[in-house]
Design a protein around this ligand. Structure first.
Ligand code: NDP
Ligand code: OXD
Length: 309
């Protein structure tokens, strides 16, 4: 019977163990710190690896990340020769589509202004653009960025997306390379970041990139805080280069109470909730991965450690 060790500071262990037992009835699920005999543990399902404990599991074959992003595991946390698998979960994708659509519609239909106006009992009507007149750019066209781009296009928005390799998504103008990125930035009223955090993308949301964006454009960062150069954002908003930023992930989490972002009139802060991994559908994905591995087949959504995602 294969054995899996679950460890997370934030995901609910009881719900995950129950769901794993339902979707993989033969699996011996152990929850940190109750590891039992470590020689049995072939699989780990974790969020972050703060103390290198994976190196103490001699039979470890596969590490499943509880999140889609694996930047938290890209140092030396996962031993050489052990597979790393990222989370692809339909509920995670649905949640991200909801978050991005909500934030785009809020901006598109001036809802933040109307809320401010209500507080001041002010009756004022803003122009209503058709979705086809609103240009959205999505940085990253993977599981999440690709799904959001499709959903936005389905609502009639004029959508472009940027990926590392050429992509073919109906209704979305997909580009790659530096020229493609600059073209997307120059034409988009709203730019959504759904890139993985890698050495190539760390600090990508910086002053130079903001200079290439439409004056007054909105930035939505639902990826990682380390994508953003915080001081450059504050300067760009102060100068009116950018109109608004919606930020869900931060360099330091929780965002410190005295951080400038909390009170900024042109920043919307959410506490890394754009989308949460769902124990039921997430456990189903992990169970599928373990079944594939036990059958000697490749596990879907393995991370290319050289590429970083
Ligand atoms: P994927 O790996 O499926 O997609 C990544 C996309 O980014 C791909 O299209 C890839 O291009 C593109 N990309 C990667 N590097 C570059 C680069 N250097 N230049 C241009 N494009 C690049 O990831 P997901 O869509 O599943 O997740 C994206 C990120 O979202 C996660 O890494 C995580 O950080 C974040 N996230 C945030 C959550 C939240 O609640 N805030 C929840 C879940 C995820 P190509 O297609 O060519 O490979
Ligand atoms: C993830 C996240 O990567 O929640 O899944 O940020």
């Amino acid at each position: 019977m294969p054995t899996l060790l679950f460890r997370s500071p934030s995901d609910p262990a009881t719900a995950w163990s129950a769901a794993l037992r339902r979707h993989a009835p033969g699996l011996d699920v152990r929850v940190w710190p109750e590891t039992g005999a470590v020689e049995d543990i072939e699989y780990a399902l974790i969020w972050a690896s703060p103390d290198g404990f994976l190196h103490d599991l001699p039979a470890l074959r596969v590490v499943f990340s509880l999140g889609a992003g694996v930047d938290h595991l890209m140092g030396s946390e996962v031993p050489e020769g052990v597979e790393l698998v990222r989370m692809v979960d339909p509920a995670l994708t649905e949640g991200m589509i909801e978050y991005v659509i909500y934030q785009v519609l809020r901006r598109h239909r001036h809802m933040a202004e109307y809320e401010r106006q209500q507080a001041a009992a002010e009756w004022r009507i803003h122009p209503q653009l058709r979705p086809g007149e609103r240009r959205i750019g999505v940085l990253g066209l993977g599981e999440l960025g690709g799904a959001c781009a499709r959903a936005l296009s389905g609502l009639g928005f004029d959508v472009a997306g940027w990926a590392r390799s050429p992509r073919d998504i109906p209704g979305v103008t997909a580009v790659s390379g530096d020229d493609g990125r600059d073209w997307l930035l120059g034409r988009s009223d709203i730019v959504v970041c759904l890139l993985p955090l890698t050495e190539a993308t760390r600090g990508i949301l910086n002053g130079e990139l903001f200079q290439r964006m439409q004056p007054g454009a909105t930035l939505i960062n639902a990826a990682r805080g380390q994508h953003l150069v915080e001081d450059d954002l504050l300067i760009a908003l102060g100068e009116g280069r950018l109109g608004h930023a919606v930020l869900d992930a931060f360099r330091d989490e929780p965002l410190p109470p005295d951080h400038a972002f909390w009170q900024h009139p042109h920043i919307t802060v959410t506490p890394h909730i754009a989308s949460l991994t769902n124990p039921e559908t997430g456990a189903e994905a992990v169970a599928r991965g373990i079944r594939a591995d036990q059958a000697g087949e490749p596990i879907p959504h393995r991370v290319d450690r050289g590429r970083g995602y």
